[in-house]
Design a protein around this ligand. Structure first.
Ligand code: ITT
Length: 189
């Protein structure tokens, strides 16, 4: 089955297709005019906004994900503003490290809200994947993207940028949410 991935990020489509290799599922980009206004207050709301917008344009199965990093001692920031916390990925990391300079509590989590909409436009399934960890004081590792180099994964002595891609897919907020979505899709066959 074909599923429209409600994103303008073609890298995300490539990545997610690797995860469904061997299954009868292919993720595709939405039409070019996909440009949702992500003005929700939560990951779940923004995920639903993206999913609805992609469904309006395609009337197909649609999967949307909205994700980000939530840091307890920053009252949940950068949260839904993760992608825009500063101009570049490095500047976003630097901003977090500066804001946390004197803070003792370093606990944080990545969240990923996935929303699956069926061809009738109904929400068929939704799930919030969470990955617990803490923010270290100096970045480590070169894999992954975004805030991965400063996120130490709970239970591992590695940052998300030090684990392999395969491992990240197993333990990450996005990997966990996708697993649940695939379990749901398997019940339809
Ligand atoms: P679309 O909305 O078009 O899908 P986006 O890049 O804005 O693309 P998100 O809203 O899901 O996608 O991502 C928000 C930001 O959260 C992302 O740019 C990263 O800074 C951060 N983030 C999300 N998942 C992450 C991960 O696995 N590792 C590191 N940072 C992550």
């Amino acid at each position: 089955m074909k599923i429209v991935l409600a994103t303008s990020n073609s890298h995300k489509v490539k990545e997610i297709n690797l995860l469904v290799e061997g299954l009868d599922i292919e993720f595709v980009l939405p039409p070019d005019d996909f440009d949702p206004v992500e003005d929700g207050k939560t990951f779940e709301e923004n995920s639903l906004i993206k999913a609805r917008e992609a469904w309006k344009l395609s009337r197909n199965w649609v999967l949307a994900d909205d994700s980000g990093l939530c840091i307890d001692s920053l009252n949940g920031a950068p949260g839904i503003h993760s992608a825009r916390y500063a101009d570049t990925p490095q500047a976003r990391i630097d901003r977090v490290l500066t804001e946390m300079k004197s803070l003792k509590n370093r606990t944080a989590r990545f969240k990923c809200a996935m929303t699956l909409i069926n061809p009738d436009g109904e929400v068929a399934f939704s799930y919030l994947g969470v990955c617990e960890g803490s923010i270290i004081t100096e970045q480590r590792g070169v894999n992954g993207f975004g805030y991965d180099p400063i996120f130490l994964v709970d239970g591992l002595n590695q940052t998300m940028a030090e684990v392999s891609e395969e491992m990240k897919n197993k333990i990450s907020h996005r990997g966990k949410a996708l697993k649940k979505v695939l379990e749901y899709l398997a019940t339809l066959q």
